[in-house]
Ligand binder design. Sequence first.
Ligand SMILES: NC(=O)c1ccc[n+]([C@@H]2O[C@H](COP(=O)([O-])OP(=O)(O)OC[C@H]3O[C@@H](n4cnc5c(N)ncnc54)[C@H](O)[C@@H]3O)[C@@H](O)[C@H]2O)c1
Length: 360
Amino acid sequence: MAKVQRIGIIGSGGIAAAHVRAYKQLPDVEIVAVADVIPGKAAQFVTNQELQEAIGYDDHRKLLELDLDGVSICTPNASHHVTTVDALRAGKNVLLEKPMSVTLEEAIDMAQVADETGNMLTIGFQPRYDPNMKVVNDIVQSGKLGKVYYVETGGGRRRGMPGGTFISKQLAGAGAMADIGCYSLDMALNALGYPKPLTVSAYTSNYFGTNPIHHPEANKFEVEDFGVALVRFENDVVLQFKISWAMHMDTLGSTMFLGTEGGLKVNPYGTGNWSGVWDGRVGEMKLFHDFMGKQTETPIPVTNTDMNLFFEKVRDFSEAVRDGRPAPIPGSQIVIQQAIIDGVLRSSAAKREVAIELPF
Ligand SMILES: NC(=O)c1ccc[n+]([C@@H]2O[C@H](COP(=O)([O-])OP(=O)(O)OC[C@H]3O[C@@H](n4cnc5c(N)ncnc54)[C@H](O)[C@@H]3O)[C@@H](O)[C@H]2O)c1
């Protein structure tokens, strides 16, 4: 009989419930503990989610004293660092919700602790499991586009501002750029092979979030609801990255890769207030190239899939732990995207371009 995998969940808010739904579908996985800083919240979550075998704790360090194979970290962004480092040092493998952290310093530390302890740190970007994202990667990495020199990505919601912990500077640390921007950044950077960023020049604003006409918690809104950034990379590549939680526009456009031999356009998925590539779902794709001297456009078939991407990421984590595989989306790679988000926050505060310093 297969060994039962013992899982803990840290943070018992909205996304923790999605982790529970996914783990419940996996045979041989048992959720044995949940922790939340709000007294009694984890215990209530255990009851609500019908996790009969699980214990609720008010302190994640108590949960980490248990013998566990892995933990899902589902706390707001600003507590990703402390909970992840504590979990890795306690010998646990970690599936961490996105974005990896708020600052670059935190991300570097988390990746170093994963490396030192030999425990797994994987970041929960479920769009990676979309087969269409793999097509984007395959096209860019095939060399068919020639030298890729310019990438534009992002997307946005016409209206789709969260509230609660997501709009607090202290708890979330950043707004739309980190919250939904991390997905489009991951799509572009992963296709490019996560090149090293050199500088960022960014602008952010929060005209919608701080306006009571548009947000019921306008007086508590402390993060950006819109942002744009120009990022320079090694090897003469530049990326324009733009995101909105709210705007008077239908879309911020497509993701595009411009190369010397071809261009790839990836349209946002869907329409309406929540359109855009913000959640990583890929819409129509088209290749622009010359064929026998003629400017040609080739549509790339999109696989319509009902795949539950969230379930796939939880399953992959669980199976990677079981099989002793490396982290599916390693923290050591995502440090690079965190460097960009950190640069966005610094550049928009300083109102000028800033340099990115990476220790490797
Ligand atoms: N992958 C996705 O699709 C997806 C979707 C939504 C949210 N998220 C991410 O998940 C994280 C949580 O989002 P949410 O919507 O569940 O937020 P939430 O505010 O609903 O829940 C967070 C919970 O964590 C608790 N918490 C805070 N600090 C803690 C600590 N140190 N130890 C234990 N518990 C702590 C809070 O009390 C709260 O109950 C965020 O980082 C967010 O970006 C990911």
